[in-house]
Design a protein around this ligand. Structure first.
Ligand code: SF4
Ligand code: FES
Length: 289
């Protein structure tokens, strides 16, 4: 006779060790000595992520293993690392999905390393800061003390929405072959965010934004390898962002085909929503513009 599974049955199932997996971690002590690999055996239960495995090691086997994390749910962008050779978030990677007896972990490429799995992300944030990631308007008084709401239509929001899902994890820079050969290259994260503000019809800083990346280490260094988009855990398409920035600089900045930024949207960006990107929220107010 079949029996309905109770909550405690499910608890027992979740608590069952399914297999043992070796975590092979590249350890670096921060003193300049060459890093060395060290193995740890982790008992794996259903639902355990790579981050859970690391926490098991820290709590039970070796408290000196260093890694970053905060939200444990793919939101804060702290836990990026190279898992079995690929840039990924530790909290979003299920151990059983990897289906390996040995999981290799090393810090993200293209960043200086501080210790073990903790990279120095100063470069990432400095490049992001360089593109001025905020709305700029000429009417400073109105910006600081707005007198009305600057509502956008669903289409205007849709045009840049995907880029707003960036969590600044830095995985795209780690995957980028151009960053690997030119550390000064502005990089995919910043270019995706630059496209986001160029498209946003509330922003009035189009020409200055073009100048920010129109140089030898700027957008032209991107040769569209697409690795950034491939690894992005949030479904953002920074490779598309870079190509849009090139298009905007060539057509509207260099060749003077001046248009309002809103007019850039339909011809270049519509229909670029990637799988997994949620629909924009419904409008809450009618536009007052
Ligand atoms: S674009 Fe994607 S991979 Fe790059 S920093 Fe943002 S969320 Fe991370
Ligand atoms: S811990 Fe926040 S993204 Fe992984």
């Amino acid at each position: 006779m079949s029996r309905t599974r109770s909550l405690s049955d499910i608890d027992i199932q979740m608590d069952k060790v399914i297999r043992e997996v070796t975590f092979r971690i590249l350890r670096y002590n921060g003193t300049g000595e060459p890093p060395t690999e060290r193995d740890y055996t982790v008992p794996v239960k259903r639902g355990m992520t790579v981050l859970d495995g690391l926490l098991y090691i820290k709590e039970n086997l070796d408290g000196s293993v260093s890694f970053r994390y905060s939200c444990r749910m793919g939101v804060c962008g702290s836990c990026g690392m190279i898992i079995n050779g690929k840039p990924a978030l530790a909290c979003q990677t299920q151990i059983l999905d990897l289906d390996r007896d040995v999981i290799t972990l090393r810090p993200m490429d293209n960043y200086p390393n501080i210790k073990d799995l903790v990279p120095d992300l100063t470069n990432l944030f400095e490049k992001h800061r360089r593109i001025k990631p905020y709305i700029i308007r000429p009417d400073r008084q109105e910006l600081d003390h707005p007198t009305r709401e600057y509502a956008q239509s669903p289409e205007e929001l849709e045009a840049f929405l995907q880029f707003t899902y960036c969590i600044k994890c830095g995985l795209c820079l780690s995957a980028c072959p151009t960053v690997a050969t030119d550390p000064q290259f502005i990089g995919p994260q910043a270019l995706g965010q630059l496209a986001r503000y160029m498209i946003d019809n509330r922003d009035a800083n189009f020409d200055e934004r073009c100048d920010l990346v129109d140089d030898v280490h700027g957008v032209w260094r991107c040769h569209f390898a697409g690795a950034c988009t491939e690894v992005c855990p949030k479904g953002v398409d920074p490779a598309l962002g870079a190509q849009l920035v090139k298009h905007y600089i060539l057509k509207h900045h260099w060749f003077g085909m001046k248009k309002k930024v809103t007019q850039l949207i339909p011809e270049t960006v519509s229909g670029t929503r990637r799988e997994g990107i949620p629909e924009p929220p419904p409008r809450t107010v009618e536009s007052t513009t």
